[in-house]
Every structure is written in structure tokens, then in C-alpha cells.
Ligand binder design. Structure first.
Ligand code: AP5
Length: 224
């Protein structure tokens, strides 16, 4: 029996976080980790790490990510499968940013058939997204995310937790944000429909505050 078919993995809860760029997937994932002890796998973070380390995957992904397009499915398949296999026996795992195409969703289904897969879609209005993403800053030291409008650091441009200078993602400028939203509508909205038909699909209003959104997410995670 391989790792991904063991009894441990059959009990694994997989929580697919869906939602537009800047919808708050990463923000809510951190809260779920704190509250429920789930593992967190963000394909965006994993790809940025590959880019930083100048790996073969990183070299292929860099320009694509900076333009707001999606990287080819085959760059991520083995990475996601490996991460889910390593989560066997844990409370659960959050997939943040995967799947993003129907073919990725179909690939995921090929090896998670006996696991509990639930999808939570964080729905947010487009203009709110542009405001959130153009205001997002992150700490390259400890990974804390800030927003200059909604959750600024105490001292401008400096991380409250570790004192590192904050940075702005290259894809968080308005032109690229608009392209990411276009790609989302074209390629990822069909994934929402895919899960809506699957029976374990939930939607929350992501326009509210992070705490209010988490109040809804919390109830969902407890119910699955
Ligand atoms: P990725 O990093 O996954 O980007 P994304 O999906 O566009 O999502 P973001 O990380 O931008 O936003 P988020 O929803 O996590 O929001 P956050 O919580 O940070 O992917 C980047 C790129 O990698 C893609 O464009 C693609 O090229 C590639 N890629 C990744 N996965 C792929 C895949 N599966 N297939 C192919 N390519 C892939 O919040 C955003 C901001 O808003 C923050 O400042 C935050 O503080 C603030 N905020 C959050 N919630 C609230 C709230 N409720 N109220 C007010 N402000 C809030």
C-alpha cells in the first residue's frame, strides 16, 4: 500500500480554499492553522520559494507569475501530491491556491477519492480586491502579511514582529492585478462550479472583516 492510500490518509480532511486573488485565502488559512492545527500548502508561496532558490521550476515560473498568468499544471502536480502524502495521519491540510483549473481539480480527484475533500469559496467584490492587493505588503523575514489600508504595521514599512523592511509582491500592481482577475474568471471560476456540484461546497462573504469571515469559516471547518 503506498503512502497516499494508507489508513491514515483515508481519514485526511482536505480543505480547498477557493477565491479570487486577494480574496483572503492566505489570511484565513493562517487562522485555520492556529485554530485547528491543519497543515497549510500554498502553491503561490511554494512557487515563490522556487523562484527565490532559482530552481528549474522557479526559472520556468518567474516571468509567468509576474505577468499574472497561471504556471503550467505539470509544474505543480507532483509537488501537491507529495505534500498531501506527507500530511497523512495529521488533522487535515489546507490547499491554498490549488486547484485553479478544472484539469488540476480532476488530477486532485485521481488520488483523493477516499479522503474528505471540502471546498470553501471566499467571495469578494472586484474593487475591494484591487484595493486589498495594491495595499498588501509582506515581511520577507517572517512572512507576516500587512495591508497599508486595513492592517498597517505600527511603524511604516517595518515588520512589527521581526523588524525587517516590508516588501510588495511584483504581481501586486494594478495592471497585473487586473490580469490576475481576468485569468481567475476564465480559468478558476469553472473550478468553483466543479466543487459546487461535488456536494461538499461552502461559500462565505469575504467582503467582511478577517474576523467576521473567520467566524463563518470556523463553523464550516467544524462541520466537515
Ligand atoms: P498566489 O500567491 O496563490 O496568489 P493569489 O491566489 O492571487 O492569492 P493571493 O496570495 O494574492 O491572495 P490571498 O487570497 O491569499 O489573500 P491574502 O490573504 O494575502 O499565486 C500567485 C501566482 O502563482 C499566480 O498568479 C500563478 O501565477 C501562480 N500559481 C499559484 N498557484 C497556482 C496554480 N494552482 N496553478 C497555476 N499557477 C499557480 O489577502 C490579500 C490582502 O488583503 C492582504 O494585504 C490582507 O492583509 C488583506 N485582507 C485579507 N482579508 C481581508 C479582509 N477580510 N478585509 C480586509 N483586508 C483583508
Amino acid at each position: 500500500m503506498c503512502d497516499c492510500c494508507s489508513e491514515d490518509s483515508l481519514r485526511l480532511n482536505i480543505l480547498v480554499l477557493l477565491g479570487p486573488p486577494g480574496g483572503g485565502k492566505g489570511t484565513q488559512a493562517k487562522k485555520i492553522v492556529e485554530e485547528f492545527g491543519y497543515g497549510h500548502f500554498s502553491t503561490g508561496d511554494a512557487l515563490r520559494e522556487e523562484v527565490k532558490n532559482q530552481t528549474e521550476i522557479g526559472k520556468q515560473a518567474k516571468a509567468i507569475m509576474e505577468s499574472g498568468e497561471l504556471v503550467p499544471d505539470e509544474l505543480l502536480g507532483a509537488m501537491v501530491k507529495g505534500r498531501i502524502e506527507r500530511a497523512a495521519g495529521t488533522e487535515g491540510i489546507i490547499l491554498d491556491g490549488y486547484p485553479r483549473t478544472v484539469s488540476q481539480a480532476e488530477f486532485l480527484a485521481t488520488f483523493t477519492g477516499d479522503m474528505q475533500v471540502s471546498a470553501v469559496n471566499i467571495a469578494v467584490d472586484q474593487e475591494q480586491i484591487v484595493k486589498r492587493l495594491s495595499g498588501r505588503r509582506f515581511c520577507p523575514g517572517c512572512g507576516t502579511i500587512y495591508n497599508i489600508s486595513f492592517s498597517p504595521p505600527a511603524s511604516e514599512g517595518i515588520c512589527d514582529k521581526c523588524g525587517t523592511r516590508l516588501e510588495r509582491r511584483k504581481d501586486d500592481y494594478e495592471e497585473v492585478i487586473r490580469e490576475r482577475l481576468r485569468v481567475y474568471e476564465e480559468k478558476t471560476q469553472p473550478v468553483v462550479d466543479f466543487y459546487r456540484e461535488s456536494g461538499s461546497y461552502f461559500e462565505v462573504d469575504g467582503n467582511k472583516s478577517p474576523e467576521e469571515v473567520f467566524h463563518e469559516v470556523d463553523k464550516i471547518v467544524r462541520s466537515v
